[in-house]
Design a protein around this ligand. Structure first.
Ligand code: C2E
Ligand code: MG
Ligand code: MG
Length: 708
């Protein structure tokens, strides 16, 4: 951690400064105290000295006067014994160093000793002269002694004197003893004083430590906690707990405000993440999140020997919903789809399954439980079945389907990118194979996709190369079971690619615009063929019905093209039926109505193909002048299972009949279906049960057989 001059450091420095100032002041105080002590010591010794001095003088004078009085008689009578006893009495005092009694001439009479060494001799010491000469009590001093002398009188006559030497050394000792005692007292006092000071210093230190602790608890710690929380939030960790601060002060306010703020930031972050990782329409995981999860799971699975499957589901012809019903309906359809897929995935996908919408009409499912190939197959089957059930959108029934591509890890690829590409390819192959189904990815598909890219190129010269042909599927009348006509259906037999489904190449032709060249050729071929049928039989006129793509319709010159074709081939207009898809007609009702009117004027009949899948509704029939409707094979397939389909089919038939419109049912695969339709009054039927689409020559054979 980087060291810095933080709040706590600042506070500690401030405290240290305060402590320093206090210490300096204390030092000065102590020094001053020491000085005062020393001064008072000097002063006291001075006073003691003066006291002792005064005492010595007083004592000496009093002693000298008293002795002079007491010695007057013995000296008068020269009673040496009495004088000696008085002096010896006094000499017992330590203070008294010497005692001398002298006569008027200054000769020593007694000194308190037994032998009286200098008796009768003049006193030779330096102080003697002044003592002898003094008329009254006299004090004089040397370094060693303080001498007090007094004259001895009898009456007014002076008969001698007494000298008392008081020892300065003894006085000095006394003085010293007292001074020492005083110093001791002062020392004791100052020690007690210092003790108090130390105690106060300690108290101050304790206060400072307590203040530091309080500041740390009150300010520094919460602020540091806030800073740490802020740093964690900055790093993206929003799991910061509520500080739960109940403090009722400014910092408490700050902490609470911070908690609220971090909560709102976390919420915001969650929202942003949710937005970034979920699909806004369906609420499912989006591409980004799915990709991240896939990468993560692959990382965990690598080397574990476990498998994973991706299912890419794409709604067939979803564009049609948007084009014909609007985007709102498209969104509704997607939502319903998403719900069905979700339910299926929850049921059959296992716990680890992940469902995502990749935008548009593409959904991706990840499963990784158990035998993924088996589970993927089952899930795909369920999905295909579930998603082909009609949707109810804005009170219309919408029929859609799904194509699903499945790819497996690690068989097909080990990287997420490659897996996603494979899934896409497999899904595409499912579409190519006729939609509403599923395909597992195989390496051969890579090649197939390239082929699809070149399909358009290939298709360009296909007619000239003779790869395209027209087959005919008989259409029968229910009333007597006779073949009354045939639908012309285009086939493409590619030398390399084999048979290509019309649902695939018609799409390519439609998108590339090639249909505008191919369409008229089919029309021409069909008309030519129909003319031949007429020549073949004498009986009823047979019709041929030809599919017209939305693009051809949009060009607007269809009536002219048809008229031209009829003229060239010589087919009566009434023998030609045009099958227009419902969706291409309803996308622009007005224009369609005008076009249909022009078509009618050429004398041809117009049928609405795939009726029921384009959600136009029955009322639509009133506004668009058509001669017939072809009920889509998806209805026919479910006729017996789904009562709704039966009801709708019955309604279509009744409604069409009330409008004078012919009803054709396509995709009749079973006798029961045929019977049911015939029973409900369906006019014409077409389907594998009656005949598969057959080549032109086969169809003429078929006709010939029937006529015999
Ligand atoms: P469509 O016009 O609805 O054609 C009927 C389709 O149903 C044909 O598929 C036919 O083979 C199939 N079919 C007939 N009976 C049954 C049955 O009993 N069961 C089942 N499951 N299917 C049956 P096909 O030939 O694959 O054509 C698919 C679509 O391609 C046609 O649907 C049509 O929209 C388009 N198409 C085919 N030929 C042409 C053409 O020359 N021009 C244009 N514009 N479109 C064409
Ligand atoms: Mg058709
Ligand atoms: Mg059809």
């Amino acid at each position: 951690m980087k060291l810095r001059f933080g709040l706590q450091a600042r506070f500690l420095v401030a405290m240290a400064l305060v402590l320093l100032v206090v210490l300096v002041m204390l030092g000065v105080l102590l020094q001053r105290q020491r000085l005062v002590e020393r001064e008072s010591e000097a002063l006291s010794s001075d006073v003691i000295h003066q006291l002792v001095d005064g005492y010595l003088h007083g004592q000496g004078r009093e002693l000298a006067t008293r002795l002079a009085d007491n010695l007057a008689n013995p000296l008068y009578y020269s009673d040496l014994d009495a004088i000696g006893s008085i002096l010896r009495d006094q000499k017992r005092d330590d203070l008294v160093q010497y005692l001398m009694v002298f006569d008027t001439a200054g000769h020593l009479v007694h000194d308190g000793s037994a032998e009286i060494e200098g008796y009768g001799q003049p006193m030779g010491d330096p102080l003697a002269a002044a003592a002898t000469a003094a008329a009254g009590p006299h004090v004089q001093a040397t370094a060693q002694v303080l001498e007090v002398s007094a004259p001895i009188r009898v009456g007014s006559e002076r008969i001698g004197g007494v000298r008392i030497g008081l020892s300065m050394a003894v006085a000095h000792r006394f003085e010293q003893r007292n001074a020492e005692r005083l110093r001791g007292r002062i020392d004791e006092l100052s020690q007690r004083h210092q003790g108090w000071l130390a105690l106060m210093l300690l108290a101050l230190l304790a206060v400072l430590v307590a203040a530091a602790w309080y500041v740390q608890r009150l300010l520094v710690r919460p602020i540091r906690q806030l800073a740490a929380s802020a740093r964690r939030i900055e790093a993206g960790d929003y799991s910061v707990q509520d500080h739960g601060d109940t403090r009722n002060d400014e910092l408490g306010d700050l902490v609470r405000a911070f908690d609220r703020m971090s909560e709102s930031v976390a919420r915001h972050d969650r929202d942003v993440r949710r937005m970034a990782y979920t699909d806004a329409l369906t609420g499912l995981t989006n591409r980004l999140a799915f990709r991240e999860s896939l990468d993560h799971r692959l990382m965990l699975l690598r080397g574990s020997g476990r498998q994973l499957a991706l299912l890419f589901a794409d709604i067939d012809d979803f564009k049609r919903v948007n084009d014909t019903l609007g985007h709102e309906a498209g969104d509704e359809a997607l939502l319903q789809f998403a719900n069905r897929i979700r339910e299926a995935v929850e049921k059959y996908g296992g716990d680890d399954a992940l469902l995502a919408r990749f935008g548009g009409d593409e959904f991706v499912i990840l499963i990784q439980e158990g035998d993924v190939r088996a589970s993927a197959t089952r899930l795909a089957e369920v999905l295909v079945a579930e998603l082909r059930r009609p949707l109810d959108i804005h009170e219309r029934q919408v029929f859609l389907g799904t194509s699903i591509g499945i790819t497996l890890f690690p068989e097909d690829a080990s990287s997420a990118t490659a897996l996603m590409k494979n899934g896409d390819i497999a899904m595409y192959q499912a579409k190519v194979a006729g939609k509403n189904g599923f395909r597992f990815y195989s390496r051969a598909m890579d090649h197939a996709v390239e082929r699809r890219v070149h399909m358009e190129q290939e298709l360009r010269g296909a007619w000239e190369r003779g790869e395209l042909s027209v087959v005919y599927q008989p259409v029968c009348r229910t009333s007597d079971g006779r073949v009354v006509g045939a639908e012309a259906l285009l086939r493409w037999q590619h030398p390399m690619l084999g048979t290509i489904a019309p649902s695939v190449f018609i799409d390519v032709a439609e998108q590339s615009g090639l249909i505008e060249q191919i369409g008229p050729r089919v029309l021409h071929a069909a008309c030519t063929e129909a003319v031949r049928w007429m020549q073949l039989g004498e009986g009823e006129k047979l019709f041929v019905s030809v599919n017209v793509s939305p693009r051809e319709l949009r060009r607007g010159d269809l009536p002219e093209v048809v008229a031209e074709c009829l003229r060239e081939t010589g087919l009566p207009a009434s023998s030609l039926h045009l099958e227009l898809t419902e969706t291409s007609v309803i996308s622009d009702e007005l224009q369609a109505a005008a076009l249909l009117a022009r078509l009618h004027s050429t004398g041809v009949k117009v049928w609405l193909d795939d009726f029921g899948t384009g959600f136009s509704g029955l009322s639509h029939l009133r506004r668009v002048p058509v001669d017939g409707v072809k009920i889509d094979r998806s209805f026919v397939a479910d006729l017996q299972r789904d009562p709704d389909d039966l009801a709708l089919t019955t309604a279509i038939i009744a409604m069409a009949h009330s409008l004078g419109i012919t009803v054709v049912a396509e995709g009749v695969e079973k006798e029961s279906q045929y019977n049911l339709l015939a029973e409900r009054g369906c006019d014409l039927v077409q389907g594998y049960w009656l005949s598969h689409p057959v080549s032109a020559s086969e169809f003429t054979h078929l006709l010939a057989r029937r006529m015999r």
